[in-house]
Design a protein around this ligand. Structure first.
Ligand SMILES: [Zn+2]
Length: 93
């Protein structure tokens, strides 16, 4: 066997590995529909085959405590922004 063949085989093997990796990545994003058993992407909220409602992976209703905190932070930032604009308006006048 020549060296060339080995390199070629190595390339083929790498290509195969890449394909397998990609397949594994896609598999990671697949879930089985509880309604019809079809393999569907995990971010879908509705099964494309049977139309059944799906819960997307990683979807968790927000903790009400956290939600309130985020709202408070949003408010504070908003108020600070308004104050900054008012102060700027006064300073620039
Ligand atoms: Zn389905």
């Amino acid at each position: 066997m020549s060296k060339k063949t080995t390199v070629y085989e190595d390339e083929e093997r790498k290509k195969e590995e890449r394909i397998q990796k990609r397949k594994a990545q896609i598999e990671k994003h697949l879930v089985t529909c509880p309604h019809c058993g079809e393999r569907v992407l995990d971010h879908l909220t509705k099964c494309p085959k049977c139309g059944g409602v799906l819960t997307p992976r990683g979807y968790t209703p927000m903790d009400p405590k956290k939600e309130r905190l985020f709202k408070t932070i949003g408010w504070v930032i908003g108020i600070l922004g308004v104050i900054a604009v008012i102060v700027l308006a006064i300073v620039l006048n």
